[in-house]
Design a protein around this ligand. Sequence first.
Ligand code: NAP
Length: 639
Amino acid sequence: MTTQATGPVDPAELDAALAEAHIPSLMMALVHLTGSTDHLTPARTPTYIPLGDEQGEIPEAERAAVRALARQAILDHANNGKPLPPQPDQATVRKMMDVIVGGEIPQRYATFLMQELGLEGVDADRPQWTESEKQAAADMHVVIIGAGMSGLLTAIRLQQAGVAFTILEKNPDVGGTWFDNSYPGCRVDTPNHLYSFSFEPNHDWPQRYSTQDVLLAYFRRVADKYDLKKHIRFDTSVEEAIWDEASATWTVRTVRADGAHGEVKGTAVVSAVGQLNQPRFPDIPGRDLFEGPSFHSARWRSDVALEGKRVAVIGTGASAFQFVPEIAPKAAKVTVFQRSAPWLAPTENYHEAVGEGKKWLLEHVPFYDKWYRFYLFWTMTDGVYDAVKADPAWNAPDATVSEMNQMLREMLVAAISAQTEGDEILRQAVVPNYPFGGKRALRDNGVWIAALRRDNVELVTKAVKAVTAKGVVTEDGTEHPCDVLIYGTGFQASRFLTPMRIVGKDGVELHEKWNGDARAYLGMTTPGFPNFFMIYGPNTNIVVNGSIIFFSEASVRYIVSCLELLARDNARTIEVKPDVHDAFNAKVDAANALMAWGVEGVSSWYKNDKGRVSQNWPFPLVDYWDATRAPNPKDFVIG
Ligand code: NAP
């Protein structure tokens, strides 16, 4: 963590780096370097406007002045040995927060953001169990299901707490979704400097939104650094987990890739399988009849060459949106079947490399990295949240849910229309007919519509009726012949934890209890299933605000604290109370009904078969952070 200069710097290198600086972050670093806030003038206060630049429209002359001040201060400190002044007090940091975000951060965010900013350079979520808690936890053994981002995180925190664990992973490697999804063009859509563990920053991301191989390498590196692989049973899928009340243990039954069955016992189970790991194939007649290769985007067949082939793609969600532009130049023809158009969020730098200067600043300028992450965090956090909240009094037609939502719609439709100039049919096809926020908006730098406009790409908006031996048939009876059929049709997201069977108290199976409508308290615990926790469980997905890593960090902190409660009380079981669980879900449902994704008429994977939003967190991020600071013992039966 960069809180001190890392040694003498080359002035030429410094100048080149400063040319790439995020000026608002540099201004904050300057406070740490000089102890003065005099340079934080109104003319240098950023104003972030939708679709504006990340410098917050600060005039060029002011940017140059900040660069010059920073240059001097960095050289003074790094090359001339000037020590850092006493660091700003809390009140000053609080003011700096307002300046960097170009507005007034509500007071209720202050504690949360202070920790997120992490100026002390300590990992605030690192468990600090007492010796007696550690001793009491000597017999604890936690079974973690999944070695993706959340499973690795759980393992790290348990290791730090001194609790034994075993990870069961269906794949031969770590990485979860970043292992499963290897389709061409797969990349993250949250800026990487934010989409990384808070305690494992990486100043070296090659791209602002890096590709799948880079993300996978990051998680492999983290697993190695914490020496986690020795705790992981790879190629091992969980079939069922069964609770035994008498011994207060879970028996987790597994099957290996080679067919061998096994079992592991645990005093607690943490499911870290995520929401998006079981491919969903649409219920279209004839799927088995197709004679050529067909596969799901999350099970990409790299052995199937697409060069010169006629490829059909069903779906236009986040995955297809990324791979269609990649495969279009190779294939003879690509036919894209769209049921609903995705919202496109203009992101010019989506595929851009991170300049060497930017990396240099993150690595060398004290506190710059922290403020840059903070800036990303805030602008990604609750910035767009209000625009996806439905105003109950709003009754304008035209697929909007509030005045702000309509304004955003108009802005985004204009950006889409600019790309379809001269092709009104295409324009009509790619402008979504549901409110912004109804589904996850996709980061757009123009390659999607450019791909759709290629001579060898056809966008079909008629509903898919059937698959035949030779292709795809639409509702108008047209057969669209193809050699390869790719399903970009998403995941069985609302069927949480399938295909595992989870049998809790009194032999009750979790899915039977849920009956197609998964619910949990804070996404993590559910009555009747003691010592069983979920990460990225029901109602913890986010649509417009934040990074899912933030949610996982909050959840894991909470889960590990639940285990600490057990150790502290020398207890064996912890189980959420039904009334606490039910009251929480009632609140979630009421709030989701007032979000763009919850309103009637909007359909997506966020809603389950019963029409309830079982995926999304409908509140600001700060509310999840607050709710997961520490478990309230009163919410649980601890025995
Ligand atoms: P998805 O967003 O659920 O998209 C599935 C697509 O298939 C939709 O366009 C859907 O249409 C279409 N579809 C489903 N059944 C169909 C049918 N019978 N006929 C025609 N079309 C059909 O799935 P995904 O693209 O795999 O993405 C899932 C989630 O994964 C994303 O929302 C995101 O959270 C995550 N993801 C993230 C990234 C990233 O960060 N870069 C990349 C990929 C995925 P409708 O919209 O009409 O239902």
